[in-house]
Design a binder for this molecule. Sequence first.
Ligand SMILES: [Zn+2]
Ligand SMILES: [Zn+2]
Length: 247
Amino acid sequence: MDDLRLKLRTALAFAADVAAETIWPTRCAVCDVPGELLCADCARKLPSIDQCLACPTCGAPYGRVQCTECNATVLAAANLSRFPLDGLTSTFIADDATRRIVKTYKDQGERRLARTIAKSIALCVPPAWLDQPSALTFVPDTKASMRRRGFDHARELANLTAAMLGCDCLGLLERPKSIDQRALTRAERFANMADAIELCPAIPPLPRVILLDDVCTTGATLYAAAATLRRAGIQQVFATTFCRVLD
Ligand SMILES: [Zn+2]
Ligand SMILES: [Zn+2]
């Protein structure tokens, strides 16, 4: 009987998939052509950051030899004595195509794109970050964003990426305040984020954590999250994002 029920459920799920595909065919998130979530042509044209040329500290494209984004002068101007992360890497530059992928995933309900995004993030994490036990974590959505979207986009990406990298995914951070950063200026983002991210109660002792987010805009969210994690005694905090906004 259980076997029959399972077969019936599988058949119904298949029929539902076929019906959904007929009514709302899968389309490329970038060019809208029916067929795949991200067509091969658009995937090939995405603006990858060449990790061999990028700054090993802040991930800036072409910053490996001399970085204009995390040198001592730039850090001093931002009142920082050191770069807030032990390393930051992004897979792509944020352009129309990568923004569309993120928007389609986050705000238009195409959650199947999580696997595509997670895979590209996993491929970009330097192996050296994983040479000792590391846990992946994420900056959770605010409660308002969770209500609007119906899911925590960063948690979903972090879970998938951790599984691909073979490490644990832990929820270590909380966002008790609902601040939507998107409409804010750079200075406002830094000021707002400084105390907006808090530690979950009773986090386990961890030597190293890799923070994951979809987009690095100014770095404010990642820097604030890193400061919070360091206050819990975590020595090394790396971060990785799907794409990175260039000034
Ligand atoms: Zn396409
Ligand atoms: Zn740099």
